[in-house]
Design a protein around this ligand. Sequence first.
Ligand code: SF4
Length: 333
Amino acid sequence: MIDKILDKIYRGKELNKDEIIQLFEIRDEEEFKKLLNTASNIRNSISDDIKLTSTIHLTNVCKVTPKCKYCGFASNTSKEGYYNGFYKKNDEILKIAEFVDKTEIPRISCSGAHGYNGRQAIEAAKIVKCKTSLELLVNVGTDLTSSAIKELAKYNTDTICCNLETINEELFNKLKPGERLKDRIKVCEMVCEEGIELSSGLLIGIGESYEDRVDHLLFLKRFRTLGEIPIMGFNPYKGTPMENHPKCSIEEQMKTIAITRILYPTIRITVPTPTIGPKNVGYSLLAGANNLATVIPQNYPLDIKGVGNPSYGNLKDVLTVVADLGLRVGSKY
Ligand code: SF4
């Protein structure tokens, strides 16, 4: 049934919205395999290099009120998360960045909670870009002003991430009552205006429809400097208002990754190891992803918990998975 659509993809033709929804509606196992093969062939036809991204959490003290209903990262949200508030000091940021810089990992994400107008991100960018050779992604959501983005550009920040999570506004308002979708879109626009690469992703399995996902993926096309799309499957954090909401299945995550790859052949598709689950990272690669995030080397100097799920991918295990699939970790130098 989907052969005609797949044929259209191989001929380089654009799919219409109904055809993309049909891909999301695949139930048959053979068709599912064909979808994944198509996506991973597209990725491999461009490059079989897989990027790895480690992480530094700058602070979990979040001034967004009320808190996002799924959040187990911010202080006092979930005992499974960090729970106690922290601010990383500059020497701690430097220690982690230098440690990661000595490993096979070429890139680091500096992320944190809201309420600082980007000052925490700028300090981190200064340290990472002046003292290490790491590529840098900054993710402090909407907590950025136009001048903060300019400062981040001054320190050669490679990528700024602002996830829209969902563009179904009713759902967004329900899950993120302390934030506004339009503010997230505005930050994405400001990043593009500054000419910095934008990363902006989808949180899936939160009650959105397939049509919402398709609309979201097509909506992202407006962002001129979009270079990365994270696909994050929902996991419930104990103690949060969504603790009883079912976790996103691995099949839904794979399908969404594959369809994103089909719609964006050359883009970096990021899968955080905490949200897919450290044991499942191989599935994301089979579906066409090419960046694994929150990859943590052995003996990481400070306490670390994943965002979206407290566990994370260990560097040694991740390297084994990538090699077993016949893929390569992109050269650092
Ligand atoms: S998800 Fe981010 S913005 Fe929302 S409460 Fe948690 S830390 Fe704050």
